[in-house]
Design a protein around this ligand. Sequence first.
Ligand code: ATP
Ligand code: MG
Length: 570
Amino acid sequence: MRYSEMFLPTEREVPSDAEVISHQLMIRAGMIRKLTSGIYSYLPLGYRVIRKVEQIIREEMNRAGAEEVYLPMVQPRELWEESGRWTLYGKELLRFKDRHDRESCLGPTHEEVITDLVRHEIKTYRQLPRILYQIQTKFRDEIRPRFGVMRCREFSMKDAYSFDAGEDGVDISYRKMFDAYNRIFTRCGLKFRPVEADTGSIGGSFSHEFMVIADSGEDSIVFCSACDYAANLEKAEVSVPEKGDHQEDVFLPFEEIITPNVKRIEELCSFLHVTPEDIIKTLIYEADDIPVAVLVRGDDEVNEIKVKNYLGCNSLTMATEDMIYDVTGAPRGFAGAVGIKAKIIADYSLMNRTNFVMGANKKDYHIKNVNVGRDFDVNAFADLRIARNTDLCIRCRGALKFARGIEVGHVFKLGEKYSRAMNATYLDQNGKEQFMVMGCYGIGIGRTVAASIEQNHDGNGIIWPLPIAPYHVMITPVNVKDESVRRASESLYFDLSEKNIEVILDERDERAGVKFMDADLVGIPLRVTIGSKKLSRETVEVKIRKSGEVIDVSLEGIVNFITRFIREDV
Ligand code: ATP
Ligand code: MG
């Protein structure tokens, strides 16, 4: 393309609402523009990158034996009623009525639609396994859209679904997708890591997220320094403390203490001369309308996902002031387990420990030397807290490390969740009806592009990995008014285009400095600068965006140099 004919509005200013670097650079490099909250248009440069990522995904999906389909975005309520998600999905599901008053939603994901399609067409084990995928728009009415296309409301996803006869089959399909994801993200030039993950509203028995390691990531990941265990912090399991991890065997006398104006854990520690490990925090939750008290140590945080999974409830929210009053008899901030009118579950770290401090269920009071068994009973001990850096790996007891990550892909083994709910069956070899065993596999296309920018940029702009670069080469004539410079530039532009090399000719009548800044900002891997001085010696200058290296190449050898660079880098 000729630069002057391109719709490429670059900007020098950092947009004020863009917090993360990828969002800033996607705006500045003229890749995206915001229409309204969480909804973006892709401009030509941005869309070229999207298409490159899609192409890599298509190649790897097809290679793994998946077939491409295209499913509707508008989905009828009845299907979502069948899976039970019409009510369970929450406010991210955008529901609406058509002119006949029929209710539908905009698909945030496509398990229902694909299961409906497959249950009508597949009847016997001979038609299995099947892996179908699509690249299509999703809508999720995210509560806090942010970071540009990283967390938006309308976005494009590659979603694949596998259908198998039996557990062994789904394990093979899962592996195929898992391996394909590794190849896709490697080809996109990302540094990433698959981690064990929670299954969330999609459901199923286990899953992995593909995390791009980046400080700006919204997810925390935990990985072992000794073995290959890695998990989302939401999921990271914590081992049961070994016996002997306790303070004293003697139960000291129970005491009630007035603690006026003591609110935070630190204040309580200094007031009572104790450490946070001596304190039990009692948090009251509402689990499907039922109050549950969750106990963790003063220095720990409740992992609500673990609590939700442990209770098997559909919704888990912090209890309202009214509910807290009902179960404790006191306002928020003074809850304790003694005498509370709620089911009590306690984190494993409270086992085998004695003489705790906790809220007294009475305004401005705490109690000291509280003991499980003597002063209150718990319904169960379980793994309910967020892992901390002193925890050891549950597999090998190695030291744990923490990092931030951006979830770009997610693979789930769904099992029979949807096939049972929606009656998707097949006849097995013995003519017996069985539920299909499913898996589902998603990649956020725009988020993958943004994550790549998070990992590949410098102070001047984006540094595209070659396989997803919007163009390979930018030709920058220093002075377009110089006839020999103009001619050499046009001729190189022609030669590269002939070889199907994706090239921009910046023939704008602008200062060289402006052109260089734009080339760096939009991150084209190679810049060929053509100036009269070097041209008189039959040479041009090549700058490699990634390394910053500047090389003089003869006019005669330049096409070869570029072809070789592109071939070797891919
Ligand atoms: P998150 O935890 O970030 O909200 P999710 O777990 O709900 O994501 P999945 O249902 O696993 O997302 O969707 C598959 C992929 O779709 C994600 O791995 C991510 O790349 C992408 N994705 C999900 N939500 C968004 C969003 N709001 N904006 C852009 N991409 C998204
Ligand atoms: Mg996910």
